[in-house]
Structures are given as structure tokens and as C-alpha cells.
Design a protein around this ligand. Structure first.
Ligand code: FAD
Ligand code: UDP
Length: 370
């Protein structure tokens, strides 16, 4: 029986980066992946010459030069900038919250005019915001909260904003400039040819067994490797002994349309509560495509049930408490490393995943080096 230095559970971004680095350092790695493809949630598949983001729109962005240099070894990135729009009752607004949004919302033109309205509306919240609603109003005021945040967030998370943690909304920039770039990061783009190709390049020469679930034969997988890196859900690893961690799930409805350009932007958010989907992605715009046809995806948020794909961890108090208990068990595991958005139960962006996987690989190398 062949033995490996590392068995990596999951060919998502975390598992792939870790496997790439360890292989480069001379270690033997085997990856198993329960899905029929590599890439995890960043998987892209070509349809009509368009790279379709099969698990939701993914834009790479980072402040970390070393992360950017690392991913650029495996793909050439284009100059795409994410500038999504929001629709509410038939009107379009620019995102993230910036002078264009304030102009559309209040017909103001100068930062000073916008600041006065924002300050007045923010004053409603006294003291530290205790939940997402208070956090949002204290950042952007009641109007923007009602039109651009409340409906979208309650659909996305399936809970009232008054019961959600404020940090979810702090991801979004607020700018007193006319600037629709969704991210502040200096390095941004989309890998030309798709994320799948980027991951395949990382995995060149590394054996990958697809359609293989770790839990179908844990003992076998333990026997064939010195160390396991597990990037699946933390609660599943411990047979849900403290109960399941909650996630939000998504349903993607993708269709090919016989027209060149459906919405003129990669992303349009539907912020009304009554529209059942949160956004429509038009994939060709990530690569400035000029094909005759177009592919769009509507994204419907769902409560997660066992057996469905978990997407967003619900990092509220109750779940974080359960997570801590699993974490204690994980820390006691010998020869098992854990990482990635599912094992860490964190709302990670891709660059944080790459960073954490590179760090873990370095730690392993140091440990082995003495
Ligand atoms: P995953 O991609 O989930 O990989 C884990 C892999 O492990 C999966 O392939 C899974 O099938 C496999 N696995 C699990 N259990 C087992 C098992 N028992 N046996 C075998 N295999 C198993 N980030 C950005 O930076 N920019 C964005 O624009 C962005 N947009 C996003 C949009 C959406 C809708 C979502 C949900 C996330 C977005 N992200 C974005 C975050 C990004 O998707 C993640 O940071 C990244 O994909 C996480 O990689 P991972 O390897 O940790 O997890
Ligand atoms: N959000 C919102 N309105 C929007 C876009 C985002 O209220 O039009 C809120 C929502 O709560 C969301 C959070 O901001 O969960 C973070 O948005 P982001 O676009 O970063 O979410 P992701 O792309 O990760 O789903």
C-alpha cells in the first residue's frame, strides 16, 4: 500500500494551496475530494466560451503582496473591478455605499451635503451598536439601511437584522468619493481562463481522487498517510456530537440566454424582501466577454439542511459557542491538521484562505525541519 506524507481532504482552495506548497517542499501528497471536480467553491466551468462561476461570483482581492504573487504563479489575472448595482422598486443604486449612492438616494452632489444627511441619520443610534440593524444605521443611516440593506440581509441570512451580528456589514466600504469599486484592496482581478484552470495548475503532478468521501473509509485514509489535512466541516468530523453548526445555503439557477448582454454588469443585487433571489450574476462581464450569448445565475438563499452544501457559517453567539467546543476536540487530535472556511467555520475570503494555507505549510515545514 502506498504511503503519503499528507492526505488532504478537500480539493478546494485551502487544500490545493497546502498540497502545492508541501509538494514543492518535497513531500508526497494525496488529495481526496467528494465532489466530481477540484476547486471547491471557486470552481468555474465553461459554457458558450464563458467561464461560469458555479458556486457564486468570485472576485480575487487582497492587500497582501505575497498572496497576490503566489496566485499569479498559477494564473494571469485581468483588470476586472467589481462594481455591482442594486435594484430597489425599479430604481438602480450604486454599491458599495459611496457618493454615487448618496447622489441617487438624496440628490446631493458634494461630500459635505452627504455628510450632513449621514450624520443626522446616524445620530439615531446611541452607544455601541448591538446588532446588524444598529450597526448599519450607525454607519449609513436609516434610508440606506431600509432600501439597500434590510431586505437583502434578511433574505441572505434568514433572520431579522436585529438578531444578526454587526460585523457582517462592516465588510462593505463606505466612501465619500465617487468610486464604485466594491473592494478597497490594491490587488484585484479574475484569473483569465477561470479559477478551475488556476487550481489545476497548482495541482499539477499531485494525485487527486475525485468522488471520494473521507468518511466512507476514515480508517483506510488514516493508515495511508502520516498526517491528514482536513478541510471539510468541523462538526461532521466529530459526527455532530455537539449538534450541527448552522450554515446558510444557496440555490443557483443558471440559464443561457440568446442575447449578448443581459444586465450590463457582472453583479446586480435585488434588495427588496419580496424578490426571492438576492442577486443576478452575468458571468461574461468578469472577462469582458463579447460572445453572442450570455449566461446568468440567480442566487436564492436557503436555510441549510444536512446533506446540502454549506456556504455561509452563521457566526452568531450560539454557533460560536458550539464551534469552540468542537475546536477543543480538534486541538486534541493527533496528526490531523484542519483549515479552510468549513473547518475554521469562518466567513473567509479567498485571499485569507491562501494566506492561512501558506502559513500552515510553512509551520509544517519548520516542524519537520526540526
Ligand atoms: P471549499 O471551497 O469549500 O473546499 C472544501 C472542499 O472540501 C470542498 O471541495 C468539499 O467538497 C471538500 N470536502 C468536504 N468534506 C469532504 C469529505 N468528507 N471528503 C472529501 N472532500 C470533502 N471569496 C473571495 O475572496 N471573493 C469573492 O468574491 C467570494 N465570493 C463568494 C461568493 C459565495 C457565494 C461564497 C459562498 C463564497 C465566496 N467567497 C469569496 C469565499 C470563497 O468561496 C472561499 O474563501 C473559498 O472557496 C474557501 O475555500 P476552502 O478550500 O476553505 O473551502
Ligand atoms: N449587503 C446588503 N446589501 C447589498 C449587499 C450586501 O445589505 O446589496 C450586506 C449583506 O448583509 C451581506 C453583507 O452586506 O451579507 C456582506 O456583503 P458581501 O457582498 O460581502 O457578501 P458576499 O459576497 O460574501 O455574499
Amino acid at each position: 500500500m502506498r504511503r503519503y506524507d499528507y492526505l488532504i481532504v478537500g480539493a478546494g482552495l485551502f487544500g490545493s494551496v497546502f498540497a502545492q506548497r508541501m509538494t514543492e517542499m518535497g513531500k508526497d501528497c494525496l488529495i481526496i475530494e467528494k465532489r466530481p471536480h477540484v476547486g471547491g467553491n471557486i470552481y468555474t466551468r465553461e459554457t458558450e466560451g464563458i467561464q461560469v462561476h458555479m458556486y457564486g461570483p468570485h472576485i480575487f482581492h487582497t492587500v497582501h503582496a505575497h498572496v497576490w504573487e503566489y496566485v499569479n504563479r498559477f494564473a494571469k489575472f485581468n483588470h476586472f473591478r467589481y462594481e455591482p448595482l442594486a435594484v430597489y422598486e425599479g430604481r438602480l443604486y450604486h454599491l458599495p455605499f459611496n457618493m454615487n449612492t448618496f447622489h441617487e438616494m438624496w440628490d446631493v452632489r458634494t461630500p459635505e451635503e452627504a455628510r450632513k444627511i449621514l450624520e443626522k441619520q446616524r445620530a439615531e443610534i446611541k452607544g455601541q451598536p448591538r446588532n446588524l440593524e444598529e450597526q448599519a444605521v450607525s454607519l449609513v443611516g436609516r434610508d440606506i439601511y431600509r432600501i439597500l440593506i434590510q431586505g437583502y440581509t434578511e433574505k441572505q441570512w434568514g433572520r431579522p437584522c436585529s438578531e444578526l451580528p454587526g460585523f457582517i456589514i462592516r465588510r462593505l466600504p463606505l466612501r465619500m468619493r465617487y468610486d464604485n469599486n466594491y473592494f478597497d484592496d490594491p490587488y484585484q482581478g479574475i484569473p483569465i481562463g477561470g479559477y478551475t484552470r488556476m487550481v489545476e495548475r497548482m495541482l499539477k503532478g499531485i494525485p487527486v481522487e475525485l468522488n471520494t468521501d473521507f468518511f466512507e473509509d476514515r480508517e483506510h485514509f488514516r493508515r495511508i498517510a502520516d498526517t491528514i489535512l482536513y478541510t471539510g466541516p468541523l462538526d461532521a468530523y466529530f459526527d455532530y456530537c455537539y449538534g450541527p453548526l448552522e450554515y446558510r445555503s444557496l440555490r443557483f439557477e443558471t440559464e443561457t440566454l440568446g442575447m449578448e448582454n443581459y444586465q450590463g454588469a457582472a453583479g446586480v443585487n435585488y434588495t427588496e424582501r419580496d424578490v426571492p433571489f438576492t442577486r443576478i450574476t452575468e458571468h461574461k462581464h468578469f472577462e469582458f466577454g463579447t460572445q453572442k450569448k450570455t449566461v446568468i445565475t440567480r442566487e436564492y438563499p436557503l436555510e441549510w439542511k444536512k446533506g446540502e452544501e454549506p456556504y455561509y457559517p452563521v457566526n452568531d453567539e450560539k454557533n460560536v459557542e458550539i464551534y469552540e467546543k468542537y475546536r477543543e476536540l480538534a486541538d486534541r487530535e493527533e496528526k490531523v491538521l484542519m483549515g479552510g472556511r468549513l473547518a475554521d467555520y469562518l466567513y473567509y475570503n479567498m485571499d485569507s484562505v491562501v494566506r492561512a494555507a501558506l502559513r500552515l505549510a510553512d509551520q509544517e515545514e519548520r516542524k519537520r525541519g526540526g
